[in-house]
Design a binder for this molecule. Structure first.
Ligand SMILES: C[S@@+](CC[C@H](N)C(=O)[O-])C[C@H]1O[C@@H](n2cnc3c(N)ncnc32)[C@H](O)[C@@H]1O
Length: 320
């Protein structure tokens, strides 16, 4: 069915069985939590694109501006004929800035949201007819399990969108180490990170007045209803997001508005009023933290660009 997406072993994609297992385990554990990657079904991906356009969600605008300003410099550092490998490519909008500046030998987006990936690649191929695209539907946390990537050019990784912030510190370090291995001794990683800032600004970015972020969180309930025959009543739960300054992260949950019981994949779960299920973190970094993590994964910060208000940073990491 997919014109662009490389077919992989089913175990490498977030298929229905993975989803069922993760949800049942997550609702049975205390505190309750469901991994953030499951927020991205086709509707979740479309809602994320809407989030990127919200006035409160400064992240996309600021990162795009940094990339636009420095794309030429990035291309110079990367050199000609690289393979551009993007982790969590979504709609591949920012990627176009790098594609225009670098003209890589091949573009390999990796994303877990299959339908969205396929649609995005059809649009990209329409706009870049001569670009070689090798799209891969996979979990970027399982980089060891990727099939041998079908190209031999110098590998340039791209991990934008503050996606690194969705990972807990030990997961982020594990991702860095695997990316370092995948990209090889000649490779580099371009990373977009959201920086620590005024908590009010952060709070607004994850609690937009149009309610799009809330719809994105609650879409997980719809997905469970559709794919796992769950019985969540959408108006009996609410989105909750706040900045935990001690841990330097936004925390996102769905919260039960009343005592209730819900069936999921034939199992029954009760929720007390106010009980929460964790869905997402967004860790905020400062530059020394980023440097320390890079060092631990045998990367070195070659260059870092920020906006004038130091809200967001784009880093160019090379093997140490
Ligand atoms: C925060 S969005 C960023 C999208 C885009 N890179 C940008 O900067 O606007 C995260 C993207 O990563 C994908 N994603 C999330 N978790 C993933 C995982 N574990 N493996 C692969 N893709 C993942 C989602 O489907 C989504 O497209």
């Amino acid at each position: 069915m997919n014109g662009f997406v490389l077919e992989l072993d089913r175990a490498q994609t977030a298929d229905l069985e993975d989803f069922r297992r993760a949800v049942l385990a997550g609702l049975s554990s205390r505190p309750r939590a469901i991994p953030a990657k499951f927020l991205y079904d086709a509707r979740g991906s479309a809602l994320f694109d809407k989030i990127c356009e919200l006035p409160e969600y400064y992240l996309t605008r600021v990162e795009t501006e940094i990339l636009r300003t420095h794309a030429g410099e990035i291309a110079e550092l990367a050199g000609a004929n690289s393979a551009l490998i993007e982790f969590g490519s979504g709609s591949s909008v920012k990627s176009r800035l790098l594609l225009d500046a670098m003209d890589p030998a091949v573009y390999a987006p990796i994303d877990i949201s299959r339908e969205h990936l396929d649609r995005s690649m059809a649009l990209l191929q329409r706009d870049y007819p001569s670009l070689a695209i090798e799209a891969i539907c996979a979990d970027y946390m399982a980089l060891d399990d990727l099939p041998k990537l079908p190209f031999s050019s110098r590998r340039l990784g791209f991990f934008p969108g503050s996606s690194i912030g969705n990972l807990e510190p030990d997961e982020a370090l594990a991702f860095f180490r695997k990316a370092r291995h995948l990209l090889g001794g000649e490779g580099a990683l371009i990373l977009g990170v959201d920086l620590k800032k005024d908590p009010e600004r952060l709070h607004a970015a994850y609690n937009d007045s149009a309610g799009v972020t809330a719809a994105f969180t609650l879409n997980l309930l719809r997905r469970m209803n559709r794919e796992l025959q769950a019985t969540f009543e959408l108006d009996a739960f609410a989105h909750e997001a706040f900045y935990n300054s001690a841990d330097g992260r936004i925390e996102i949950y769905f919260r039960s508005l009343r005592p209730q019981s819900v069936t999921v994949a034939s199992r029954n779960f009760t929720f007390a009023e106010g009980e929460r299920v964790h869905t997402e973190y967004s860790y905020k970094y400062d530059i020394p933290q980023l440097e320390a993590m890079s060092r631990q994964a045998s990367f070195r910060l070659r260059r870092i660009w920020t906006d004038p208000d130091r809200q967001f940073a784009v880093a160019y990491l090379i093997p140490a």
